[in-house]
Write a protein that binds this ligand. Structure first.
Ligand code: NAP
Ligand code: G4F
Length: 362
């Protein structure tokens, strides 16, 4: 039985990856952070499983990283832990750098110093944000990087230190350059989930309006459940290499919103442009979507479009397993069901999430 260690197991990807690896027969260990409230909702169903174990560790704390690596002595490490919100990285750049950049170094050094450098394979959760202010479309493994946020700059260090340890010490460590991937478990302040939750609430009369930032931003959105399979495939490959993981299709935030509202029975018509653009309910004439400059970023990445040719050819991975239309439907259906049973107090959490994102509440 192989042993895997997943940092960030409470996150969207960590929870799907834990399920995937348990199904493959792995003994799965995950790291969690101490918190005064319980943020384990994505993995509650796994707790108590005989092949699922939790340990406290924080990527900002070398000793805790070293302890968990030494105790578990894994065959594979999936380093998914990160401050993963781009907007938040502008508000907390130092924390983001410590966790998303130096945190990667802490994992690599822990593996090396625990004498696991020759046996333990490491997956690093890298990102399409590295392409940032993009220099070509679509982006592949040879496209130059141009990071465009504190998050992306921190992740760029993670990418290069992984490559350095591969070349300097011969370690099997690889980066998956993953384009945006979403799901019904996506954090509620990322744009897709913010839209599907709002569309569900508006359709059920529990919210009046949705405020968004840049509607024209383009993303290559895939389904998170499909993407965790690739993380595993990258570590099963005969050679340690980096891979772009994407669908090869690009859509705007506006298109995502149009489709999400259509799925809940509302046809949106867009009028105006820039900060004055509005999404109007064709049936009633009500304004349901407005632009708020509060959600504009100091520098925004607006043209992400991945080329998954290498992953398809070498990992035999199907980038189109879940289509864009299916993804939006999975998310809106899940949020329609969630909102239908939502108690009054729970929607307060979303307001809080919006305040957090705007930087009103830190
Ligand atoms: P997520 O839902 O935000 O999960 C992040 C995880 O990291 C959570 O479990 C979080 O724990 C943990 N974490 C945060 N700070 C930590 C610290 N200091 N020490 C230990 N754990 C910490 O992110 P995701 O969407 O699953 O993404 C997983 C990884 O892939 C991240 O590294 C992200 O940057 C990267 N990525 C994501 C995408 C995407 O589209 N989803 C695309 C490319 C790359 P708490 O629950 O305690 O906060
Ligand atoms: O959903 P987002 O916040 O995701 P973003 O910035 O692309 O980052 C996600 O994907 C990366 C992979 O490329 C990951 F590395 C990262 O960890 C994270 O998972 O924003 C997507 C786009 C942006 O251009 C943003 O400006 O949507 C635009 N947007 C427009 N209105 C908004 C909003 N984003 C958010 N969060 N909230 C809005 O109201």
């Amino acid at each position: 039985m192989k042993t895997a260690l997943i940092t960030g197991v409470t996150g969207q990807d960590g929870s799907y990856l834990a399920e995937f690896l348990i199904d493959k027969g792995y003994d799965v260990h995950g790291t969690i952070r101490r918190s005064s409230v319980d943020f384990r909702e994505r993995i509650t169903h796994l707790e108590g499983h005989r092949n699922f174990h939790l340990h406290y560790a924080d990527l900002g704390d070398s000793m805790s990283v070293m302890q968990v690596v030494n105790k578990v002595r894994p065959d594979e490490i999936y380093n998914l832990a990160a401050q993963s919100h781009v907007q938040v990285s502008f508000d907390s750049p130092e924390f983001t750098a410590d966790v998303d950049a130096i945190g990667v170094l802490r994992i690599l050094e822990a593996v090396r110093l625990c004498g696991l450098g020759e046996t333990c394979r490491i997956y690093q959760a890298s990102t399409s944000e590295l392409y940032g202010k993009v220099e070509e479309v679509p982006q592949n493994e040879n496209t130059p990087f141009h990071p465009y946020s504190p998050y992306a700059v921190a992740k760029l260090y993670g990418f290069w230190i992984v490559k350095e340890y591969r070349e300097a010490y011969g370690m099997f460590c690889c980066s998956g350059i993953l384009f945006n991937h979403e799901s019904e478990r996506r954090g509620e302040t990322f744009v897709t989930r913010k839209i599907t939750l709002a569309a569900a609430r508006i359709a059920q009369g529990k919210q009046d309006k949705l405020y968004l930032g840049n509607l024209s931003s383009m993303r290559d959105w895939g389904y998170a459940k499909d993407y965790v399979e690739c993380m595993w495939l990258i570590l099963q490959h005969e050679r340690p290499e980096d891979f772009v993981i994407a669908t090869g299709e690009q859509h705007s935030v506006r298109e995502f919103a149009t489709l999400a509202f259509r799925n809940v029975g509302i046809d949106i018509e867009w009028q105006g442009s820039g900060a004055d653009e509005k999404g109007i309910d064709k049936a009633t004439g009500s304004v349901l979507v407005e632009v708020s400059p509060d959600f504009y970023r100091p520098t925004d990445v607006v043209n992400l479009w991945g080329d998954p040719t290498k992953a398809r050819a070498e990992l035999h991975w199907n980038p189109q397993k879940t289509t864009f239309e299916q993804l939006v439907k999975i998310m809106t259906d899940a949020d329609m069901a969630k909102v239908a049973v939502e108690r009054a107090g729970e929607s307060v959490r979303t307001n809080l999430a919006e305040y957090l994102e705007k930087g009103i509440v830190k």
